[in-house]
Design a protein around this ligand. Structure first.
Ligand code: S3P
Length: 166
């Protein structure tokens, strides 16, 4: 069974997936890394040179590839839910979708603290619009939703393992 982590930028998908991988002894695949490898450039550069649509095309290719793998943990990019086909691909092989829910205030704090450049988080107002737009989709497509605000990583990982019953 694959375990797929979804959620807005800075909801903790990469960190939690690494911890979950260690705890369950499963390999971790990061979709943003795979996209960057395919394009041979970093994400902001892909957006700048080819636009968001090209990034989304690559993201769908990667979702298809990842969906055919087995027993892996998948860290997705925040926009993976923009196209529902991605979720269909990721759910192949009985993939379980975990939504890491984080309040916008907490996300804002995390972005301000330390963050790699994110083309879709240029300013708070736009990012908040995107957050509100996506919120119900994250909830709708997920099998399990976990709130991450004020929680230690190990607590979140425990909760995921408990709810997955693995
Ligand atoms: C995006 C989120 C990013 C990355 C790209 C687009 C989005 O991933 O895929 O910049 O649309 O929310 P993270 O969620 O890991 O920041």
């Amino acid at each position: 069974m694959n375990i797929i982590l979804i959620g807005f930028m800075r909801s903790g998908k990469s960190t939690i997936s690494q911890e979950l991988g260690k705890r369950l002894g499963l390999a971790v695949v990061d979709m943003d890394d795979m996209i960057e490898q395919k394009a041979q450039m970093r994400t902001p550069k892909i957006f700048e040179k080819f636009g968001e649509n090209r990034f989304r095309e690559l993201e769908t290719e990667v979702a298809m590839e990842v969906g055919s793998m087995r027993d892996i943990i998948v860290a997705t990019g925040g926009g993976v839910i923009v196209y529902s086909i991605n979720i269909e691909y990721l759910k192949q092989n009985g993939g379980k979708i975990i939504y890491l829910h984080t309040s916008f205030d907490e996300i804002k704090r995390r972005v301000q603290k330390h963050s790699r450049p994110r083309p879709l988080f240029k300013n708070t107002e736009e990012a908040k619009k995107l957050y509100l737009l996506r919120l119900s989709t994250y909830q709708h497509v997920s099998d399990i939703a976990i709130t991450t605000d004020n929680k230690e990583i190990s607590v979140i990982v425990d909760e995921i393992i408990r709810q997955l019953n693995v």
